[in-house]
Design a protein around this ligand. Structure first.
Ligand code: MRU
Length: 361
């Protein structure tokens, strides 16, 4: 079900929310932004899968929250004759949602958390198991808001009023439940009169920087300038950037981080100009089971995203070979710090990340 509403400012909307009465997950359809603000309700496993795969809901934390609400809504619908059948169907649906996108660890992290809750109440009436699932999904959503705010406080300690900040992709409110990760220091700074000058990379091929980051920062009154991806070096050389803040989809144990394709280029150029690169990551994005960046599975996406999407006419020759990885890995040597809700991890990352991850458990 689609709904275009009257609220004016994009910041007044929830990126993801639960509509208990309608038994649906409601998301802002991000493929239509910034032109059209439309909320859509997702009820079936196929609708949830498609919304995640097509990036109607996107950004690591928001995907996790949508999946948590999603598996709760689906669990309510399971018509099982006995508990074994309930748990079999629950596991099938969980694995189906998990397969929608492979790189952001928050998807499996949230679904595993939901599965642990379901199985820990095995033996109880299904209605009770489902009630516990709702509690957990709401907790995941609420924690995301708190975590982003804390990341914002730590991030803000790394910059000073008037600084120039460059960001890539969208790690903003639209990628989380509120505040964003990389944008959280910017929003807190905005509330406290820091007057940052923000540069947003447009972020080819899906333009999350242009469509989403520039949009939400403008809607919040932040001084934001949109640049093409190939302009970040010029902007840095001009001396306009004091720090780079980006989000991430998975942090390996050694501090290598996967984020939107192009992040590693920004980080390498920033290193050349002596500009610190800070990766903002909830501890849920740290994956101790992935030893380094080489072990991170990078999602490959359809060629059309590169050759024709967003263009009035296809702009690439028919039949051209296309390489379209959705993410790349930034080597830990290029990262000045990984900002989490428990503090800032610095090299050597094996030690600092393990310590912060331990604090979350
Ligand atoms: O493909 P997307 O739009 O889901 O990619 C999003 C990013 O790469 C974000 O930077 C990342 O998920 C962090 S969001 C707080």
């Amino acid at each position: 079900m689609k709904q275009q509403t009257e609220k004016k400012n994009i910041m007044d909307y929830d990126t993801v929310r639960l509509d208990e009465e309608a038994s649906a997950v409601v998301i802002l359809d991000q493929t239509r932004l910034p032109g059209v603000i439309e909320e859509i309700s997702l009820r079936s496993a196929e609708e949830l899968y498609e919304a995640i795969y097509l990036l109607k809901v996107r950004g690591a934390p928001a995907i996790g929250v949508a999946a948590a609400f999603g598996i709760y809504v689906l669990a309510k619908q399971i018509e099982a004759l006995d508990p074994d059948a309930f748990y079999r169907e629950f596991t099938r649906l969980k694995e189906y949602l998990e397969s929608a996108r492979p790189t952001a660890v928050n998807l499996s992290w949230a679904l595993n958390r939901m599965q642990r809750v379901a199985f820990s109440h095995r033996g109880k009436a299904t209605v009770d198991v489902v009630a516990h699932l709702k509690e957990e999904a709401v907790a995941i959503w609420q924690e995301d808001i708190d975590v982003c705010k804390k990341i914002g406080e730590y991030g803000l300690s790394l910059v000073k009023p008037g600084d120039g900040i460059l960001t890539h992709c969208n790690a903003g409110q639209l990628a989380t439940s509120r505040y964003g990760t990389a944008t959280a220091p910017i929003y807190l700074g905005q509330e406290r009169g820091y007057h940052f000058r923000v540069f947003a990379d447009e972020t080819r091929p899906l333009l999350q920087g242009a469509r989403l980051t520039a949009y939400e920062l403008m809607a919040s009154g932040v001084d934001v300038t949109l640049i093409c991806d190939n302009m970040s070096g010029a902007v840095m050389k001009n001396g306009w950037v004091d720090a780079v803040f980006v989000g991430c989809d998975r942090v390996a144990a050694n501090g290598d981080t996967a984020n939107k394709i192009g992040t590693s280029v920004v980080a390498a150029v920033a290193k050349y100009y002596g500009i610190p690169v800070y990766v903002c990551a909830p501890t849920s994005t740290i994956d101790p089971d992935t030893p380094d960046g080489a072990a991170i599975r990078i999602e490959q996406r359809p060629a059309e995203e590169v050759t024709e999407m967003w263009y009035r006419r296809r702009m690439a020759p028919e039949g051209v070979k296309v390489y379209n990885p959705a993410f790349d890995v930034t080597d830990h040597a290029l990262i000045a710090g990984i900002v989490t809700e428990y503090g800032i991890a610095r090299a050597p990352y094996e030690i600092s990340l393990a310590k912060l991850k331990g604090m979350a458990e």
